[in-house]
Ligand binder design. Sequence first.
Ligand code: ZN
Length: 144
Amino acid sequence: MVNRLISRNVDAKNNAVQHFGELFIVILPYLKRPVSAEYISKKIRIKPSRIRAVLNRLFNYNLIDYKRCFDDDTGKYTYVWTLKKEKLKRFLKDVPAPVSNSDDDDSAVYDFVCTGCKQGYTFDAAADYSFRCYKCGAFIDSGA
Ligand SMILES: [Zn+2]
């Protein structure tokens, strides 16, 4: 499974984050089976639009399919997304991450920090989570 690849292979994980954003790592476990952005949104309490942005990035690389489905619960049409797992695995192994210009690319700049558990965040990541820590739910504040 892709989850395992990412948890074991730092390069594959970096590659994923570079291409799809940090939120992708949070969403990935929910993509084991076909799923809607709204479902993931409810589970991780992040706006569906942010989740859709990640799914669209996957779609641009032809790594995910979607189907329009009628949702009996809401009485509305929704999009159900199916990850192309094998293709994604190959993509993460084969496609190199965009080369960073800075020399200290291992020490990502964590300008923001969780006020609860002290998890570090880049600005983009903090914004992705609406400044709520994905681990403990506390407020993410500027580290300065
Ligand atoms: Zn936290």
